[in-house]
Design a binder for this molecule. Sequence first.
Ligand SMILES: *Cc1c(COP(=O)(O)O)cnc(C)c1O
Length: 349
Amino acid sequence: MTRVEIDLRSDLMGPRLPKVAMALHDAALRPPAMGYGEDRDEQALIEMLAAELGVEAVLLVPTCTMANQIAIRLYLRDGGRLASAALAHVVTVEGRATALTGVETQVLPDENGHPSPLAVADFLAGRRSGEASLVWLANTHMLSAGSVMPAGWQAQISTACQAVGSALHLDGSRLWNAAVAQDAPMFRLAAGCDTVAVSLNKAIGAPVGSVLAGSRAAIDEALRWRDAMGGGWRPIGSIAAAALAALEGWRERLETDMASARALAGAIADRLGDHAVQPAQTNLIFLNRSGDDASLFVESLARHGVKALMLTPGTVRLAIHSGVRTREVETIAAAVAAANVELSAANGV
Ligand SMILES: *Cc1c(COP(=O)(O)O)cnc(C)c1O
């Protein structure tokens, strides 16, 4: 029996486009550049990203985790409080790295992963006098099924932070997907934050890399932190060239991804019922497994040719990426339905 093999564990799993591989190859044949800012493609990528994000300066970093961790060190160097939604990446995945800084993390109440302007105002009002603080936002919020921050919240939160001298960081690893969902330019979604982190290796499909964006002063200091953390990668020319190629036409590609995600969530709901799948907000689809059988379900789904990721015993994630063709949506939904039947039979339902 031939079977399809579609890897939806993460949007990292999209294939690199041929033009990205070609750019990587061609640039790797050029003589490498020695220092920071010396490479032609690195310079072009920096300028392109700064314009796209509407900032003075950007810093290329190996991972979005590093971009986030640098941001904490920029604003809470001498201690202070980080205020974030409970299930943000900085708390869940980066907890150990964040703890190394010695900052206190305060969990803010959130709606669908996003602290409201009111929650942030309460936090700011309750700080000890003179205490440094960093308010943390995430867009999209991965663990809330890739939810998009409500329009207007960031501007209100930014104004409140500026009024009392609190820093504001946005973890925008998937800000690209949010920009497509809201049909807004990236600079609008980045506006009002002191620093913004974005990934190039997820939705965009660059081979590797992330970006920290902000003011010239912030990025100058961030460069020193990056190098102190061992993130001063070089030679970077071929990586930068590949990222530039990957950024060409990103919006159209992500519009296709989002349409596929919506179609897939709909096709799964048609087969399994609305309770089985959360509405697709961006490119991530969350399946609800009421019997806490997510790991068995993931195994069964893999046997039907689709790889997915268990997030909790009751939640399975499917990430749509550039490797998913529109016509494969029905194939994936059929595999999800087949795995569901298999588990129902095993459970004697
Ligand atoms: C993936 C992700 C990160 C970390 O990115 P890495 O490049 O893997 O370190 C940070 N924040 C969010 C919201 C993410 O989804």
